[in-house]
Each structure stands twice: as structure tokens, then as C-alpha cells.
Design a protein around this ligand. Structure first.
Ligand code: NDP
Ligand code: ZN
Length: 392
């Protein structure tokens, strides 16, 4: 009797040991999987000739706090053109090739690290211009990770000091891995094909509008009525401000009217530019080519504020002219927005049905090349978005 009981206890003991070994082996396998780099494919430029080629590469493994996202849509921002064509060297930003651009990313979570709490597999997730920062410095602690004192890691063409200095690759690709902190939750009722441009064009215009406390009844200007400009217009109209748009392209007059703009000014027509000095509370300039910023500064009322977000290849603000041309008006630069405000912008945009006007293109080299040429020639329908599902 005693022997039989002893034998059965021994059996239970061995079964227990065996299951512990099996569980540990599974853990080891999982840990192995988490150190394995992930294969990705997409589109890269290999030089500043700006032509796209299919490109295969690897991304860092899915860490404990990371999610892997299947990219469904990637917006084409004018910053992608500046970067692909190496137009930012005047700002000390040098293009590294091969480069996979794209920082307006909307997709679906396919894998979560074991410590992830914000996402489940199957959720929509967005990735904007930033994929990492120290999260401890003064800028990070006030939610302005884009100004991280240790240097933010941008979504492409950036050295990722948190992943062995690998060069980041952007959203014109099938998949991306990002820390859950830097991923934005996209509500399940969002019009997912239109969400990607909110992750850059949306937040870059939303952030300075909030920073300058723009309010109902203000007289405001939007210079450059493209991808960023038409998002600024929608947020400013939603705030019930009186909006004037400045562009060089007459074909967008009707669209401006449809969006609720009060006045459309073609800056190439001197008559339309008359009578505007000292009239505006706030101006946002999104112009991607060289222009005279003082033209717009003079339109501000005393104490008015101008946010400069466009990144023309050559900067031509002449500081020494400011005391003469600037009657105590404020000019500041603004760069995208922090993670918390990006989430606020996205939630607000989706619940108030504020989306970019987009044209979907196929994930093909010739289509992306053509889109770049059209954006550069001013023939863009506000935003091109690559339908990444057509890559597979
Ligand atoms: P788009 O090309 O979509 O839009 C630019 C618009 O400006 C176009 O409508 C263009 O007209 C118009 N424009 C061109 N020249 C003038 C001019 N002299 N006066 C008035 N309007 C003009 O670009 P995006 O909106 O994608 O980007 C705009 C800029 O913002 C880029 O430089 C980009 O790099 C920068 N950017 C900055 C960010 C930041 O964080 N600070 C983030 C994202 C972008 P047309 O189409 O006829 O040429
Ligand atoms: Zn952008």
C-alpha cells in the first residue's frame, strides 16, 4: 500500500518536473524569437536621384515593450521629398541611402511583446515621425519627445541609439516594429484609409494651433494649402476662426471654399495681397520652398503669433531685419508634436470626422515616383497615400 502511494507520488513528481522543463523550453524559444531580426520589404531610394526601387531589409526584433504593425497605409509627406532628394543638408540633416521614407503610418497590430499593455493583436495602430526618445529629460517629461535633449529617434533616416545605432527605415514598407509608447491608438471606428496623414500633417498643424491658444473669432492665416495646410484649415474652421489661405495654385480655390475658408489669396496676384497687414492673430506657414517670411510677419497684429512649420531647403529669415519689420509680433518654429498630443489630435479628428483629402495609389515603384513628381509640380490632390496591401 505504502509502496503504491509512494510510486504514484513519484509519478506526479516526474510529470511536474517534465512540465516545468517543457514550459522553460518554450520560454527560451520565445526569448530566442524576440532576439531575431524581422524581415521587411518596401521601397527605397538609393541616391538623391529620388527613384524608388523595391527593397528588402530587416528590422530590430519585437522587444518586450514593442508591437509589430502590419502597415496598411502610408502617407507621402513633402518632408519625404526633402529627405529622399537630400534637400535638408542646410539644416545639418544628411540623407542616408538606401532610405525607406514614410512617417505617416496606419496599420494593424500583428504581434505584441510580453510587457505590452496598450495594444492587443488585431488593434489598429499609428506611427508618426518619431519612434524613440529618452523619456526622462525636461522635454520628454513635459510630453515634447520630439525635442528630446538626448535626441529623438525619427521614423526613418535616423540613427537609433536604442537599437545599436541601426538606421531607421520608414513606412513605405510592409511592417514596422515600435515601442508601444510611441505608437498611437487608432479607434476601431476610424476611416482607416484616411488616418495615416493625421500622424504628421494632422499633428504638425494641430500642435501650434493649441500652443498659440487660437480661439473662436480669431483672424488667422494658412500659408501653403497642401497636405499640412488643408489640415490646418480644417482645425481652424472647426475652431470657428476666420481663415485666409495663401497659395500659388488657383486650382484649389473651390476646395478652400468647400472647407469653409473666408478668403483665398493667390500670392502671385499683388492685388489679392493688398490690405492684409496688421490684421491677423495667428498665421501658420507650411510653405516648402523659399519665400519671404516677413511678408506674413507684417500681416500679424501687434502681439500676433506666427508658427513656421514648412521646411524650405534654404532658410532666408534675416534676423537683423526683424526690429524694423516686426512690431512685437512673435515667430516660432514648430516640429510635429509630442505623443500625448498626437493621441489627443487623433481621437479628436476621428470623433469629429476631420480627415485629410487623399488619393490612394498602389504600392509600386512607378506610382511612388509619379506621386513625387506631381507633388513637386504642385499637382497633388492634398495627400497621396500608398495602399500598402497592394505590395503583397
Ligand atoms: P505640400 O507640397 O503638400 O503643400 C505645400 C503647399 O504650399 C502646396 O499647396 C504648394 O502649392 C504651396 N506653395 C508652394 N509655394 C508657395 C508659396 N510661395 N506661397 C504659398 N504657398 C506655396 O507639402 P506638405 O504640406 O506635405 O509639407 C509642407 C512643408 O512642411 C514641407 O516643407 C515639409 O517638409 C514641412 N513639414 C514640416 C513638419 C514639421 O514638423 N515642422 C512636419 C511635416 C512637414 P503647389 O502645390 O502649387 O506647389
Ligand atoms: Zn511629414
Amino acid at each position: 500500500m505504502f509502496n503504491l502511494k509512494f510510486l504514484s507520488n513519484l509519478k506526479i513528481f516526474f510529470v511536474l518536473i517534465l512540465s516545468i522543463v517543457v514550459i522553460n523550453l518554450a520560454d527560451v524559444r520565445q526569448n530566442c524569437a524576440q532576439t531575431t531580426r524581422v524581415s521587411a520589404k518596401g521601397f527605397a531610394v538609393h541616391s538623391q536621384d529620388g527613384h524608388f526601387h523595391k527593397h528588402e531589409f530587416t528590422r530590430h526584433a519585437v522587444g518586450d515593450h514593442d508591437i509589430q504593425v502590419e502597415i496598411l497605409y502610408a502617407g507621402i509627406c513633402h518632408s519625404d521629398l526633402h529627405a529622399a532628394w537630400n534637400e535638408q543638408s542646410n539644416f545639418g540633416i544628411h540623407s542616408r541611402y538606401p532610405m525607406v521614407p514614410g512617417h505617416e503610418i496606419a496599420g494593424r497590430v500583428t504581434k505584441v511583446g510580453k510587457s505590452v499593455t496598450k495594444f492587443n493583436v488585431g488593434d489598429f495602430a499609428g506611427v508618426g515621425c518619431m519612434v524613440n526618445a529618452c523619456r526622462k529629460c525636461n522635454s520628454c517629461s513635459v510630453g515634447k519627445e520630439q525635442f528630446c535633449e538626448k535626441g529623438a529617434v525619427f521614423t526613418y533616416n535616423s540613427k537609433d541609439q536604442y537599437h545599436e545605432n541601426e538606421i531607421t527605415m520608414g513606412g513605405y514598407s510592409d511592417t514596422i516594429i515600435v515601442s508601444e509608447y510611441f505608437a498611437i491608438k487608432i479607434p476601431s471606428n476610424a476611416v482607416i484609409s484616411k488616418v495615416a496623414p493625421l500622424l504628421c500633417a494632422g499633428i504638425t498643424t494641430w500642435s501650434p494651433i493649441k500652443f498659440s491658444n487660437v480661439k473662436s473669432g480669431d483672424r488667422v492665416g494658412v500659408a501653403g494649402f497642401g497636405g499640412l495646410g488643408h489640415m490646418a484649415v480644417q482645425y481652424l474652421v472647426d475652431l470657428k476662426t476666420e481663415v485666409t489661405v495663401f497659395d500659388v495654385n488657383d486650382t484649389k480655390r473651390d476646395a478652400a471654399k468647400r472647407m469653409g475658408v473666408k478668403r483665398y489669396v493667390n500670392v502671385r496676384n499683388p492685388q489679392e495681397m493688398e490690405g492684409l497687414n496688421n490684421t491677423m492673430d495667428f498665421i501658420i506657414t507650411t510653405i516648402p520652398v523659399d519665400y519671404d517670411p516677413l511678408l506674413y510677419v507684417r500681416m500679424l497684429k501687434m502681439g500676433g503669433e506666427m508658427a513656421v512649420v514648412g521646411l524650405p531647403p534654404n532658410s532666408n529669415i534675416n534676423i537683423s531685419k526683424l526690429p524694423l519689420g516686426n512690431a512685437n509680433r512673435k515667430i516660432y518654429g514648430s516640429l510635429i508634436g509630442g505623443i500625448k498630443e498626437t493621441q489627443e489630435m487623433l481621437d479628436y479628428s476621428v470623433s469629429n470626422n476631420i480627415y485629410p483629402e487623399i488619393e490612394l495609389i498602389k504600392a509600386e515603384t512607378s506610382e511612388i515616383d509619379k506621386a513625387y513628381q506631381k507633388i513637386s509640380a504642385g499637382e497633388v490632390p492634398f495627400r497621396y497615400v500608398i495602399d500598402m496591401s497592394t505590395l503583397r
